[in-house]
Design a protein around this ligand. Sequence first.
Ligand SMILES: C[S@@+](CC[C@H](N)C(=O)[O-])C[C@H]1O[C@@H](n2cnc3c(N)ncnc32)[C@H](O)[C@@H]1O
Length: 156
Amino acid sequence: MDPKLISPAAARNIPPILKALEPLVQSLETSQKGPLRALEVASGPGQHLIAFAQTFPNVTWTPSEVNEENIASGLTNIEPPLLIDASSSRAEWKISDASMDLIVNVNMVHISPWSASQGLFAASGNILRPNGLLSNLDFDASLKSSNNHILVYQKK
Ligand SMILES: C[S@@+](CC[C@H](N)C(=O)[O-])C[C@H]1O[C@@H](n2cnc3c(N)ncnc32)[C@H](O)[C@@H]1O
């Protein structure tokens, strides 16, 4: 990845994010049939996505962003990035229904309009396979780590 795009704050968040995701991926390995697929919404330049792909090589990861970014990872379990505005209607998300086991969203909710959160939850309800998980993590740099927000939603 382009070194100019590397953010120290994003790097600091990688260990707690991986800690939060590990039990989710483990539970999906048990609950889901077939290869696991995950979508990240609001990937930015993809610093976290690359760590996810390295740590969970059995999951195929798709990055997405409202501003299209070029995520050059060299890893085989990363799909080309998608252009997704989380606030757009479900029809504008170019992803099939019931095609993802996991949707990850980090540090978007507190910096974006409420419509982006509404769109994320609405689309996730269609895109996730049964028992799939939506994981929303917000790390506010001004807050202590104990105040970070981690929310997990399961599609029934
Ligand atoms: C603080 S950055 C977080 C980037 C990355 N997830 C991270 O934690 O390093 C917030 C990201 O949300 C994206 N974003 C803002 N509004 C969005 C929307 N409506 N749909 C999708 N992404 C959005 C921005 O482009 C930006 O990349």
